[in-house]
Every structure is written in structure tokens, then in C-alpha cells.
Design a protein around this ligand. Structure first.
Ligand SMILES: C[S@@+](CC[C@H](N)C(=O)[O-])C[C@H]1O[C@@H](n2cnc3c(N)ncnc32)[C@H](O)[C@@H]1O
Ligand code: SF4
Length: 375
């Protein structure tokens, strides 16, 4: 199983972002208080649900977890080590925003056994960084990346493409440059214009140009990344051999995961049923709840599990296995007929019962998922 710790603060909100986090530049955060609550929820989760399955990865995400003091990470990791069974050489990742770390912080993170950094660079152009509402410049991001490389072997970066008004040729040049940086992994996300974000308002009011057609960007992105020997293992994730993110892979395999922190989710097997647990996306309420946590369990139906497995598996190289689904599900969603249609159109490939999307299929990921989950 994997553990995810969500830190719900950022210095300020980026204009495109819909993840749950609260701007904290002017807040005095009581870290000791927060830490005590995280530890309490972890211990309670362990008591309620933990069946001694080995923890293979731990991921500090957010928000901006790199704002947390090193001692905070260390105490949470020590609690996990004390109460959970940890696999040999677990992957331990921290999401880092270049505006919130310095060399000392990077060095101390490595000294407490964190072994992977995921740096949110987003763009390699100062104008676009401004458009996205990022606080760092392109040069600052590169400096942090180089600093990270001094202490960490396993460094990943995030970039966002198809930004408002971005033309494909410019993105191609930027990507070619990015892939030469000292990194082992890269997450390349097509910009989603989320509802209720300042970016959406700027585009709707024509203060910013629209996005261009996405599929051309995705196609070129895959082609350029793979030519640079970053192999695609999920629609947005590319890695050098041996550096695929184990944490994300385990989501796509639909393994058990435990999320701790405001807005986090968990999926756990209990009494042979998959259950979902969501923690509240409100810091004040979460802190109150975390004092004496009672988890809000929802038992997922067979249909829910089918849909989640499909969504997780098909976007990645994990794929899906038809024999994991009951005859009822196969009949209800006419899976055999649909799979045969997708195969005829070369949108999927089947290898020893394992169904995966081809590149043509991946370019139509959402349409194919909609087609398969339609009754
Ligand atoms: C939760 S963020 C954490 C990273 C870190 N807080 C940072 O921004 O530096 C994870 C990644 O999701 C991506 N992301 C967030 N909102 C997005 C959006 N609307 N469209 C595409 N990608 C997005 C960004 O690349 C971001 O680095
Ligand atoms: S992209 Fe990262 S830094 Fe920006 S608001 Fe979202 S979580 Fe915070």
C-alpha cells in the first residue's frame, strides 16, 4: 500500500490551480499543532484499517509540502516507521515548489531519507510563468533544479503545456530543452482550465487568449519525450528506465492507498469490499475532526470499482484485465463487443488478457472511457 500526506497550504494560489490549498503568506501556521493532528489521524487509520501490508511508497503532496519544516517530515516519517510495516527501500517523494526551498532545505530533506523530489516548474518562460501566477522565474527554477541534483538522484519536474495562446512550435522547443535538464522523470500536463479559477475568468473575459487544439500538443509531446528516451508510462508521465514513479503506478494499479490531510482520499479493502474514505476539504474543520477522527467510509459498488479501475488502468501502461470483472459487469456494459470494436479501430492492444490503449487510443482516452462506462 502507499501513503499520501496532503499539506493544504501554498504561499499563494496559482491562477489555474484547483487543488485544495489555502494561501498562507500572511498566516501564522502552528506546525506543532498540525503535526500532532497528522500523527493522530495516521495512528487512528492504522488501528481501523491497517492489515500489515507493506508500505512501498510515501508521498508528501499538496498544496506546497516543501513549506513544511524538515522536522515535520521527520516526525511524520518516524511515526509511519513505528506504526506501519515499511518495504525495503521505499520511494519517499516530496512535491517542491521552487519558491519555497533553499539549498539547506533540500540537503536536510535528503538527510531524513526522502529520496525523490517532484519540482513544479510548469513553464520555462517568464511571461508564461506570470500568466500562470507562479512566483518564481524560469532561472530560479533551473537553479533549484541544479541544487536538487546535488543531493538527489531521483528528480522529477512538472511542466504544463497548451497554455493560453501557446503555439505548438514554441512548446516543442521548450520541451526539447526541458528534456536535457538533469532529471530522471517528467510529468507533462495539458493545462486544464478549471471552473472558478482566475485563469478561466481571464480567458472568458478575453484578457487572455484561448488554448489551442489539445490533441496535436499531446501527440507531439509523446513523440518528443520518447525520442529523448523518456518512456511514457502514463498519459502525462515519462521516465528514464528504472525511474517510473512507484507511487503513481500503485494508484493506476488500484492498490490500497491511504491519504491523510484535508481533502485527501483513501481506497482500502475491508471485509472483501473496496471502501473509499474522504477527509474534509476545510482546514479548520479537519483540525477539529483530526482530534478524534471517525472515518467517513463509503462502500464502493461493483460498478464503482469497475469504473475506477478502468479510469486508472487505461490511462497508464497498467491497463485492465477483463477477467477481473464479473459476468454481470461484462454483460451490463457489453464489454466484449466494445473491446472488439476498439481492437478493430486499433485503439487498444491485448496481450495475454491485459488490455491497454495504443497511442491512438491514448489520444482519445476520455472518449474511450466514456464509451466503455456507458450502459
Ligand atoms: C498539486 S500540484 C503540486 C506541485 C507544487 N505545489 C507546485 O505547484 O510547485 C501538482 C501538479 O499539478 C499540475 N496542475 C495543477 N493544476 C493544473 C491544471 N489546472 N492543469 C494542468 N496541470 C495542473 C501542476 O503541474 C502541478 O505541479
Ligand atoms: S500549483 Fe502547486 S503551488 Fe500552485 S496553487 Fe496549486 S498546489 Fe499551490
Amino acid at each position: 500500500m502507499t501513503l499520501y500526506i496532503h499539506w493544504p497550504f501554498c504561499l499563494s494560489k496559482c491562477l489555474y490551480c484547483n487543488f485544495f490549498s489555502v494561501p498562507c503568506e500572511n498566516l501564522a501556521i502552528d506546525y506543532a499543532y498540525w503535526k500532532e493532528r497528522y500523527i493522530n489521524v495516521l495512528i487512528n487509520f492504522r488501528r481501523e484499517y491497517y492489515d500489515l501490508e507493506e508500505v512501498t511508497s510515501i508521498y508528501f503532496g499538496g498544496g506546497t509540502p516543501s513549506l513544511m519544516p524538515t522536522k515535520f517530515f521527520d516526525d511524520i516519517l518516524n511515526t509511519i516507521r513505528k506504526f506501519f510495516k515499511i518495504a525495503t527501500a521505499p520511494e519517499i517523494t516530496v512535491e517542491v515548489n521552487p519558491s519555497s526551498v533553499d539549498a539547506f532545505k533540500i540537503k536536510t530533506l535528503r538527510s531524513i531519507d526522502i529520496n525523490r523530489l517532484s519540482i513544479g516548474i510548469q513553464a520555462l518562460h517568464d511571461n508564461d510563468l506570470k500568466t500562470l501566477g507562479r512566483r518564481h522565474s524560469y532561472l530560479e527554477a533551473i537553479e533549484y533544479l541544479e541544487m536538487a541534483g546535488m543531493y538527489f538522484d531521483n528528480v522529477s519536474i512538472d511542466l504544463i503545456y497548451n497554455r493560453p495562446g501557446q503555439i505548438l512550435k514554441n512548446w516543442e522547443n521548450e520541451l526539447v530543452y526541458a528534456l536535457k535538464l538533469p532529471i530522471k522523470h517528467i510529468s507533462l500536463y495539458e493545462l486544464i482550465i478549471e471552473p472558478n479559477t482566475p485563469l478561466k475568468k481571464l480567458i472568458d473575459s478575453k484578457q487572455l487568449p484561448q488554448q489551442n487544439q489539445g490533441s496535436k500538443f499531446i501527440e507531439k509531446t509523446i513523440e518528443i519525450a520518447e525520442a529523448a528516451e523518456f518512456k511514457m508510462y502514463e498519459i502525462s508521465n515519462f521516465a528514464k528506465p528504472g525511474y517510473e514513479g512507484r507511487h503513481n503506478l500503485s494508484y493506476w494499479k488500484y492498490n490500497n492507498y491511504c491519504g491523510i490531510g484535508p481533502s485527501s482520499h483513501s481506497r482500502i479493502m475491508k471485509n472483501n469490499q473496496k471502501i473509499a474514505i474522504e477527509q474534509i476539504a476545510n482546514n479548520k474543520k479537519w483540525l477539529l475532526w483530526a482530534k478524534n477522527p471517525i472515518f467517513n467510509e463509503v462502500v464502493l459498488s461493483e460498478d464503482d470499482v469497475f469504473k475506477e479501475k478502468l479510469i486508472m488502468g487505461l490511462r497508464s501502461k497498467v491497463g485492465i484485465f477483463l477477467d477481473e470483472f464479473s459476468e454481470t459487469i461484462k454483460n451490463k456494459y457489453s464489454l466484449l463487443k466494445k473491446i472488439s470494436n476498439l481492437l478493430k479501430n486499433s485503439y487498444i492492444m491485448i496481450d495475454d488478457n491485459n488490455i491497454k490503449l495504443t497511442k491512438d487510443g491514448l489520444l482519445r482516452l476520455n472518449l474511450i472511457i466514456e464509451y466503455l462506462v456507458r450502459e
